[in-house]
Design a binder for this molecule. Structure first.
Ligand SMILES: O=P(O)(O)OC[C@H]1O[C@H](OP(=O)(O)OP(=O)(O)O)[C@H](O)[C@@H]1O
Ligand SMILES: Nc1ncnc2[nH]cnc12
Length: 180
């Protein structure tokens, strides 16, 4: 099956008012539990960046890890994790940020990215862009550049993808939900 014959949107479960009232939660675990859904999504996320001179994939704890390893395999690149606070061994850099339903802190190992590396940032979803902007800052602090970012889902009206583009990052998403 290819992207034209599988409706991946149908595989994303929608949960209103989770984890807080007013949030429409878009759950990709149902999409990734489906073999064709997983493959078609990863291929679609990788396709725009095959000739973009990407050196490395970086993904954010935890749903970004499901995508990150698969993207590394699909593109023949390595994968580096950005983790929630306290999960990586020293030495790390840390950034605090706000997301659609709270605040959090993420970390990267100080030597995780070769100096000057062109990074493709991947995650399941961009809403406020708080998580992605924290990831951009961490990659820059270790000497790399986020050249592009690929998401399964964009919630464009919340503004994160616009913020990221304003930083000079090329942004792609497979699915988009205006109005969320
Ligand atoms: O654009 P933002 O408003 O920052 O929201 C997007 C982030 O929110 C979710 O992660 P979450 O922090 O819920 O962690 P999880 O992957 O561990 O579920 C999602 O996987 C993104 O990383
Ligand atoms: N609406 C949403 N659905 C799933 N994950 C999210 N992360 C931030 N906002 C989200």
């Amino acid at each position: 099956m290819d992207a034209s014959t599988i409706d991946i949107e149908k595989l994303v479960r929608v949960i209103p008012d989770y984890p807080k009232t007013g949030i429409i939660f878009r759950d990709v675990t149902t999409l990734f539990a489906d073999a064709d859904g997983l493959r078609v999504t990863i291929e679609a996320m990788a396709a725009p960046f095959r000739d973009a001179g990407i050196d490395l994939i970086v993904g954010v704890d935890a749903r970004g890890f499901i995508i990150g390893g698969a993207m590394g395999m699909a593109m023949g690149k390595g994968f580096v994790p950005i983790r929630k606070r306290g999960k990586l061994p020293p030495e790390v850099y840390r950034e605090e940020y706000t997301l659609e339903y709270g605040t959090s802190e993420v970390e990267i190992n100080v030597n995780a990215v070769p100096k000057g590396a062109r990074v493709l940032l991947v995650d399941d979803l961009i809403a406020t862009g708080g998580t992605a902007m924290a990831a951009v800052k961490l990659v820059e602090r270790v000497g790399g550049t986020v050249a592009a970012a690929s998401f399964t889902i964009d919630l464009p009206d919340i503004g994160g993808s616009k913020l990221l583009r304003a930083q000079g990052v090329e942004v792609f998403s497979v699915l988009s939900y205006p109005g969320d």
